[in-house]
Design a protein around this ligand. Structure first.
Ligand SMILES: CC(C)(COP(=O)(O)OP(=O)(O)OC[C@H]1O[C@@H](n2cnc3c(N)ncnc32)[C@H](O)[C@@H]1OP(=O)(O)O)[C@@H](O)C(=O)NCCC(=O)NCCS
Length: 158
């Protein structure tokens, strides 16, 4: 019998920074500095971060900025050992629900052109490519795809 382990979500705090940054470092060739997470979680009134836990261990996180009627998803990552089990999907869905509760009109994000896994994740949740951010990523000057999802329509795609 296969047991599906349940994924729990809760708001992140500075006590989670170590776990968040370990996932960040394992997930990106050019990870954000630890200080960026600290400043965003502690001082950015528009920012909200959440962590996903399986068996009480943090296995993923998401961060978004809620500003001027829009949710900007600024980071989402799942620990490599916990991928492909629905963690990121739960995190994005949760943030979208929160954005609707907060009367946001739309959600958007940037994703590397080469990051097919993330593009599939967002497409599956109703995001569509709506623009190009030329040479958006400074480490390798890779283009970013702008992906957007309306939150007010009756048919939200999720
Ligand atoms: C992209 C990422 C967040 C996905 O996390 P995850 O927890 O493994 O994703 P989920 O298990 O919730 O997958 C949800 C959907 O995403 C898509 N997906 C996830 N991983 C995929 C992969 N390797 N290849 C293709 N599609 C993939 C699938 O559509 C999947 O649905 P399915 O399982 O029904 O096929 C994860 O690979 C990661 O942390 N990558 C590094 C950080 C990153 O790129 N973040 C996004 C920056 S824009």
């Amino acid at each position: 019998m296969t047991l599906t382990r349940s994924i729990m979500l809760r708001a992140a705090s500075v006590r989670d920074l170590k776990a968040i940054w370990e996932i960040e470092e394992a997930s990106y060739a050019a990870p954000w500095p630890k200080e960026t997470f600290f400043v965003d979680i502690t001082f950015n009134a528009d920012a909200k971060y959440f962590v996903a836990l399986v068996d009480k261990r943090i296995v993923g996180f998401i961060g978004g900025w809620f500003k001027e009627g829009k949710l900007h998803i600024v980071n989402v990552a799942t620990h490599p050992a916990s991928r492909k089990s629905g963690v990121a999907k739960q995190l994005v869905l949760f943030l979208l629900d929160l954005a609707r509760d907060l009367k946001m009109e739309s959600a958007f994000l940037e994703v590397r052109r080469s990051n097919v896994a993330a593009q599939r994740l967002y497409e599956g949740l109703g995001f569509a490519v709506t623009g190009l951010r030329s040479m958006y990523y400074p480490d390798n000057l890779e283009d970013g795809l702008l992906m957007t999802k309306e939150l007010r329509s009756a048919h939200t795609g999720d």
